[in-house]
Design a protein around this ligand. Structure first.
Ligand code: GTP
Length: 348
């Protein structure tokens, strides 16, 4: 019997650096034939676009599959299983499958799907890797204001949760076989020490933690963990699984996303500066997309995680491509979508 194909699940909160790490992984995977399944929150396939653009021969555009019907944890049966089945029917045998979950996905239901008979017979979970934005942890992003949460719960008794961000952060850590403390360039040694203690304090298990900058971790560290996580997934329950009966539907009602479309932008630095103000004012969690810069042949990629914004020209606009500025905005449900949209539209 052929050996099972190993599959690595890469998870981590919005903007932690999952796509950056995978991009790096594809370029140093030493010729391994890899298929990539990407799941993103929001209606703009930014991650897929970024990864397809990296031109790795061992993982071509045909090997990159985008699952766009919501978070992978809620669409396992409809989306993930059929995608895997198709992948396994391919003639050319894969050496490895890498799955990037959305930043809001619970990894547990996805890993549990590897116990479905058709999948289990051919694939095993090599390991779950949770990417952590160390700078965000150091800034207290996941240590929520418990008074505020209690106040919200007092207003709405149906709230059975801790803060949704904190809970999700813990669920993603709970599932990990390896934790990558990324973005260590943005904090000092003391900060890193605090991040390590905070992360360790959130989980009962003690997975290995490594540090990284720009997701630069050798492929030999990320691939080949050989854990078989599907056999242990019952011991890594999410808050949702612990708090609800088995099978109770989980959703992402606490979070929302929308896309803003704009025309060409002439003064990008002015635009970005003002955007920072809007992000801070409305507590936008994540904003990303592409900008049509007036008079420039290249497309500008914009990536905001909280109020930190990166921008770089990633490729030329194709001759047959309609140039436009499109940004996906992700925040908590209570974010005033209309106000954010209007404020961004007013910038051009
Ligand atoms: N300074 C710094 N920036 C980083 C690092 N890793 C990633 N980034 C930046 O952080 C931003 C988000 O990175 P992504 O790789 O898109 O994060 P992600 O986890 O895939 O994001 P989602 O898919 O939206 O959840 C990008 O602007 C990256 O360039 C790092 O180690 N240091």
């Amino acid at each position: 019997m052929q050996q099972k194909i190993p599959a690595t699940v890469i998870t981590g909160f919005l903007g932690a650096g999952k796509t950056t790490m995978i991009r790096n992984l594809l370029t140093n995977a030493g010729g391994k034939k890899i298929a990539l399944i990407i799941n993103e929150f929001g209606d703009l396939g930014v991650d897929g676009d970024v990864l397809k653009g990296c031109g790795a021969e061992n993982c071509t555009e045909d090997d990159i599959i985008e699952l766009t019907n919501g978070c992978i944890c809620c669409t396992v049966a409809d989306d993930f299983i059929p995608t895997m089945t198709k992948l396994l029917e391919r003639e050319q045998r894969l050496d490895h499958i890498v799955i990037e979950t959305s930043g809001l996905a619970l990894p547990q239901p996805l890993v549990a799907a590897f116990n479905w008979p058709d999948i289990r017979s051919e694939v095993t979970v090599d390991g779950v890797i949770t990417v952590v934005d160390s700078a965000a942890v150091a800034a207290g992003r996941f240590a929520d204001d418990h008074d505020a949460v209690d106040a919200r719960r007092a207003e709405d008794e149906s709230l059975d949760h801790e803060s949704p961000i904190e809970e999700l952060f813990e669920d993603q850590l709970t599932c990990a076989d390896l934790i990558v403390l990324n973005k260590t360039d943005l904090i000092d040694a003391d900060g890193l020490g605090r991040v390590k203690s905070e992360v360790a304090s959130r989980i009962a298990r003690k997975p290995v933690m490594i540090e990284a900058r720009n997701g630069e971790v050798p492929a030999s560290v990320l691939l080949g963990l050989g854990i078989g996580t599907e056999d242990d997934i019952v011991n890594r329950k999410s808050h949702h699984e612990l708090e609800h009966e088995e099978g109770a539907p989980h959703d992402h009602d606490e979070f929302d996303s929308f896309v803003v479309e704009l025309g060409a932008i002439a003064d990008t630095s002015g635009f970005v500066e003002k955007l920072k103000g809007i992000i801070a004012e409305h507590d936008v969690l994540r904003l990303k997309g592409f900008i049509d810069v007036s008079g420039k042949p290249m497309r500008l990629q914009l990536q905001a995680v909280g109020a930190r914004i990166d921008q770089y020209f990633d490729r030329a606009w194709a001759p047959d491509e309609a140039r436009s500025t499109r940004l996906v905005v992700i925040g908590l449900h209570e974010m005033d979508q209309d106000a954010v949209r209007k404020a961004i539209e007013a910038l051009v």
